[in-house]
Write a protein of this length. Sequence first.
Length: 199
Amino acid sequence: MTTILNIISSPRGEASISNKLSNAIIDKLLERDPSLIVKVKDLTKSPFPHLEESHLNAFFTPVEKHTEIDKIAIKHSDEAIKELMNADIIVLGAPMYNFGIPSTLKAWIDHIARAGITFKYTPDGPQGLVKGKKIYLAVATGGIYSSGQSIPYDFVVPYLKTFLGFIGITDISVIRAEGLAIPDIQEQALKNAIDNMII
Ligand SMILES: Cc1cc2nc3c(=O)[nH]c(=O)nc-3n(C[C@H](O)[C@H](O)[C@H](O)COP(=O)(O)O)c2cc1C
């Protein structure tokens, strides 16, 4: 059983371009293998909290020493990591918000980055522990960041690639719908992304 985990971080539902792009990627994957199981994680419907002291205490306390407070604090993180580990393919929808990712997505990242579980430090440096995954990034931006003068301001794709690589996910395909705020380009941006994507 091969599972796709579809992570949604735009709150705009059916109007969202990153959601539409994610759905187009998933449709294409299903075309190729109709037996794929799709699981949806909508970060906007049940957002992860900002990291608080209780979360960090629980993260850095060995499981056998967890108090009831630690157990409650770590529950969402454990669940999110389990969902990630159980997925074979991840389709991650990421709008650009103020040059970065939405805070809901950042909060999820903060809960899945766990020393000893999703990464570890070795004498040779950090090592990712989330192995054997394929990820598609469905990125939606108002401007254009893959070429031209705004390349230096693309903090979304390099950041996601860096973080995902850090936890061991290195097979990354980026599909961008860009120029969504630019007249003359916006109408075709999603169609261009879907027509040209290599899945
Ligand atoms: C709060 C907010 C901040 C945004 N900031 C940027 C930005 O910094 N750069 C950019 O190119 N587009 C920006 N946009 C445009 C979005 O990236 C674009 O509308 C995208 O389609 C949103 O994703 P969605 O359609 O999946 O919701 C912003 C949009 C919103 C709502």
